[in-house]
Design a protein around this ligand. Structure first.
Ligand code: Q9C
Ligand code: ZN
Length: 326
């Protein structure tokens, strides 16, 4: 089942600061809208989401961080964007994640979209796709950034465990390392985090995502980073994906959650790999084989991907490769 919520349309950051100058913000509503339109043309149905209590944010985030984002949204007039004073002062780690009057609400409903998807799989269903926007994987317990405010997939993971228990594997296929998700579960052996991403010594978020980050304390060995060279193509991508999938197979989780960023596609304006939209059939095949072998449900959570057109093509190919029924 595919879940979509139109509240994301109210979150329209206009600009971001890159190398000291303002440029158009890449997290546009269109990048999700295009997926929605094309999926429906293909015969997939989108389903509306359920409402939850705002307190679900506390499953992952600190109270004062939540209040800060909420208040910042509330006091920012329409047509204005708040940019952080970054270092050591604000709760956002970059200058690409402005807060508008509607950011809090849109981010909250992205969380609800992920939780509706989570509900669907814990009720005994095998597949869901949460069309979240804004994305989540860069947000840690007390800091936003990389277009992310609340960590949708991390909150969904906690929600699933609170309701059903069990162990979860998160496979992060976004072009960027999910520093927020890694941080949140770094000491947690009940959640395995595996990420393939453009190498952080060249690409955002720069600070995290290296292969020597393997988890800490009880969480040691339950974090696997697989950094990739610029312009990596599908053959090399798949051999690295296999390493990640083997790790997940050995872990034998009760649920597989995928952070689906489509910004690994060649030409993405925030990306740097050379994956083709058609290659998603192969990626889909691999994931399908794993969940069939393990006999576990799959939940996909939308993260990045900045060309609406390619996003739609990639999702359709991925679903084809996974044999998702319409
Ligand atoms: N020249 C996600 O894909 N861009 N976030 C930095 C540096 C930040 C991406 C640009 C990209 C954040 C969820
Ligand atoms: Zn990304």
């Amino acid at each position: 089942m595919i879940f979509y919520c139109e509240k994301h349309l109210n979150h329209k950051p206009e600009k971001e600061m890159d190398m000291g100058i303002f440029v158009p913000n890449a997290d546009t509503p269109q990048r999700i809208e295009k997926i929605a339109v094309e999926l429906q043309k293909e015969g997939y149905e989108l389903h509306d989401i359920n409402h939850f209590d705002e307190s679900v944010l506390s499953l992952v985030h600190d109270r004062d961080y939540i209040e800060w984002i909420k208040n910042r949204s509330r006091i920012t007039p329409p047509e204005q964007e708040y940019f952080p004073e970054v270092f050591g002062y604000d709760r956002l780690f970059d200058t690409g994640t402005p807060i508008t009057w509607n950011s809090y609400e849109s981010a909250l409903y992205a969380v609800y979209t992920a939780l509706t998807s989570a509900e669907w799989i814990i009720c005994g269903n095998m597949f869901s796709y949460a069309m979240c926007r804004p994305p989540g994987h860069h947000a840690s317990a007390d800091m936003g950034g990389g277009y992310c405010y609340f960590n949708n997939i991390a909150i969904a993971s906690k929600y699933i465990q609170n309701k059903k228990g069990g162990r979860i594997a998160i496979l992060d296929l976004d072009f960027h390392h999910g520093n927020g998700t890694q941080d949140i579960f770094y000491n947690d052996p009940s959640i395995l985090y595996v990420s393939l991403h453009g190498t952080p010594d060249i690409f955002f978020p720069w600070i995290k995502g290296f292969s020597n980050e393997v988890g800490e304390g009880e969480g040691k060995e339950f974090n696997l980073n697989i950094p990739l060279k610029p312009e990596t193509e599908i053959e090399e991508y798949i051999s690295n994906l296999n390493i990640g999938l083997d790790k997940i197979k050995d872990y034998s989780p009760d649920y597989l959650l995928v952070s689906l960023g489509l910004d690994i596609v060649e030409g993405d304006n925030q990306g740097g790999l050379n994956i083709k939209t058609d290659d998603y059939i192969k990626i889909g095949n691999k994931i399908k084989k794993l969940i069939d072998d393990l006999k576990i449900p799959l939940m996909i959570v939308q993260e990045g991907g900045y060309s609406g057109e390619n996003n739609a093509k990639a999702v359709i190919k991925l679903f084809e490769g996974m044999n998702i029924e319409k």
